[in-house]
Ligand binder design. Sequence first.
Ligand SMILES: C[S@@+](CC[C@H](N)C(=O)[O-])C[C@H]1O[C@@H](n2cnc3c(N)ncnc32)[C@H](O)[C@@H]1O
Length: 366
Amino acid sequence: MYHKIINGETLNEMQKMPAKSIDLIFADPPYWMRTEGVLKRVEGTDYNGCADGWDQFNSLEEYEEFTRKWLTECYRVLKPNGSIWVIGGMQCIYTIGAIMQQLGYWIINDVVWHKKNPTPNFMGTRLNNSHETLIWATKSKKAKFTFNYKTAKELNIDTVDEDDFQKGSRKQLGSVWKIAVCQGNERIKDENGEKLHSTQKPEELLYRIIAISSNKEDVILDPFGGTMTTAAMAKKLGRSSIMIEKDTQYCEYGQRRIDIIEYEDTPIANAIFDQKPKKATMPDMITAGYFTTGESFYFRNGEEVATLLEDGKLLYQGQPIDMHSCAAKAREVKAKRLNGFDVWFVKRNSELVSIATIREKYRQTI
Ligand SMILES: C[S@@+](CC[C@H](N)C(=O)[O-])C[C@H]1O[C@@H](n2cnc3c(N)ncnc32)[C@H](O)[C@@H]1O
């Protein structure tokens, strides 16, 4: 795994990169906030929002041209089955979304990042702006992009039903994510103890995005690196990263941040919830000695129903039949098939044991 910071202008740097080389892009571009003058808090102190040089544009045309150029480069470097996330506020996300569609991107989802602790609207002149929008897209409708669906469920703390949660069952992750803005120790400070960057994104947001839409060892590109939140979370999750950032100071602080982050070998990083179980056929398990040809198959209540044949089928009422169809037939249900692993038991030391339990033991050996 590697983590590369490129201190430069994003368009120039992306143009040097090979086409179709990136698995996932996270882009947090200039929002063109258009804030003017000094914003005052209610008690009169100055609020340091985002009035940075890198966020200034002269016109909508200029912002559109810049947006079109970097999104075109992202399209070129992204693999056909890769995906891209772009985050923006109300100032820019509509422009970005329109241009993405013009360039051929296919939108998978838009996600609302609902800020748990938004900046207040100090003057009380309009609604408190408490969310940002993320657009998640692929290069085409046909793209087979990575989506670790079950990992996403595991990370769902937004729509939790306490009882389900206790039982270990999770709801599908939705498109409204409640995450606090970056604060406390996570916020990188400069040598004067002031926040280094005005728009540092929360680690939790990037952790979630990377965990659900990439796999271990994938390469992630962030064309607007800032404090390198993307690289820090990529490293934590065992992915590689390429970060582009034109401000040298941000690059230096970001490098230090990446250096101290460690990879965490967790089920989330490995997306184990989404791993397909190892194939375990009945004939293989017979060969391995986990089942015996001629042994009886029972219902949970101990009723002896069928006999195991050499090819893994069951002998039921004098006919060979696969165990799933046999389960439906013997149970006399409308469905043509039931999952036999939920239905059948065998005897081990005179006790009934589910064949699913035996299959799990076998899987651990292969
Ligand atoms: C919205 S901030 C990204 C913040 C970042 N996601 C984080 O968590 O710290 C955008 C960053 O892009 C950089 N930037 C803006 N325009 C750029 C350009 N044309 N080339 C390279 N970097 C640029 C800015 O210096 C700024 O740090």
